[in-house]
Design a protein around this ligand. Structure first.
Ligand SMILES: Nc1ncnc2c1ncn2[C@@H]1O[C@H](COP(=O)(O)OP(=O)(O)O)[C@@H](O)[C@H]1O
Ligand SMILES: [Mg+2]
Length: 234
C-alpha cells in the first residue's frame, strides 16, 4: 500500500504546491515512485513529461476518492497530495486519509502562529520551514524565532527548505530536461527527510548530498534539536 502524505495548512502562499512537487521530484531522484496529486481547483494540472514522478488530477471529490483508492493498491509508492489551502474541512478530510502531513510555513510570526495551531490540531503533522532566507543574517534571525516560538514542537520540525527561485520551474506546465543542481539537491534533501519520518530506507543516492545537507542545517542542535538529528521518534 502506498504511503500518503498531505501538504496542508490553513494559509495561502506558504509553499504547499511548490513543496509537493519538490518532494515528488526528490523521491524520484532517490529512486522512489511517487504521484503528485492536485486538489486545488484554482490550479491547472501539469504534464508529467520531464518529471521524476507522475501527476494526478483530483480536483473533484470523486476524482480524489478514485486517486486515493488507486494509490492504496500500489506497493512502494508515495502519494503526495497538495491540499490547496484555506479549506479547513478539506484539510481535516485529507488529514484523515494520510499517513503523515507536512505543514509548510514561512518565517513570519503570522505563519508561525498558524502552524502552531495546525501542529496542535494534527498530531501526525510535521512543520517545514519554507522559502527560508538564503542571507545568513536573516536566516539566523528566522531560526531564532522558530527556536523561541516553536520549541515545544522541535521534534516535529523538519530542516528548512531554502528560498530558491528555480523552484518555480517545477510549477511550469512542462519542466526543462535538466533542473539546476541546487534545486535537485533541495528536492533530494526534502525527500530524504520525509523518507526518514516514514521510516523508509532512502535507498540509492542515500548519501551523496552530504555537503548540501550541512548547509541545510542552520539551527544549532542545542537550540533546536531538529527531529532528524535525533533517533527516529514517532
Ligand atoms: N522554496 C521556495 N523558494 C522560492 N519561492 C518559493 C518557494 N516555495 C514557494 N515559492 C513561491 O511562493 C509562492 C507561493 O508558493 P505556492 O507553492 O504556490 O504556495 P501555496 O501552494 O501554499 O499557495 C509562489 O510564487 C512560489 O513560486
Ligand atoms: Mg497551492
Amino acid at each position: 500500500m502506498a504511503e500518503i502524505i498531505c501538504i496542508i495548512g490553513n494559509k495561502g502562499g506558504t509553499g504547499k504546491t511548490t513543496l509537493s512537487h519538490m518532494l515528488c521530484q526528490g523521491l524520484g531522484l532517490l529512486g522512489h515512485r511517487s504521484a503528485c496529486v492536485l486538489t486545488d481547483t484554482s490550479r491547472e494540472p501539469l504534464t508529467p513529461e520531464g518529471r521524476r514522478y507522475i501527476t494526478a488530477d483530483a480536483r473533484t471529490r470523486e476524482a480524489l476518492t478514485k486517486v486515493v483508492d488507486k494509490l492504496r493498491t500500489l506497493e512502494n509508492w508515495v502519494g503526495v497530495i497538495d491540499g490547496g489551502g484555506n479549506r479547513t474541512e478539506m484539510d481535516r478530510k485529507l488529514y484523515a486519509l494520510s499517513d503523515i502531513v507536512l505543514l509548510p510555513f514561512r518565517e513570519s510570526h503570522e505563519d508561525i502562529r498558524t502552524v502552531l495551531r495546525d501542529l496542535e490540531m494534527f498530531p501526525r503533522a510535521y512543520a517545514v520551514p519554507s522559502q527560508w532566507p538564503a542571507n545568513a543574517w536573516q536566516r539566523e534571525a528566522a531560526d531564532r524565532n522558530v527556536a523561541q516560538l516553536m520549541g515545544a514542537y522541535r521534534h516535529r520540525i523538519l530542516k528548512p527548505v531554502g528560498a530558491l527561485s528555480s523552484s518555480k520551474l517545477l510549477l511550469q506546465r512542462q519542466v526543462p530536461d535538466q533542473l539546476p543542481t541546487p534545486l535537485a539537491n533541495a528536492c533530494r534533501a526534502l525527500a530524504r527527510q520525509v523518507l526518514h519520518v516514514l521510516e523508509i530506507d532512502a535507498g540509492e543516492g542515500g548519501d551523496f548530498v552530504e555537503e548540501d545537507e550541512d548547509e541545510a542545517v542552520h539551527i544549532p542542535p542545542a537550540e533546536m534539536p531538529l527531529r532528524l538529528s535525533q533517533p527516529a521518534r514517532r
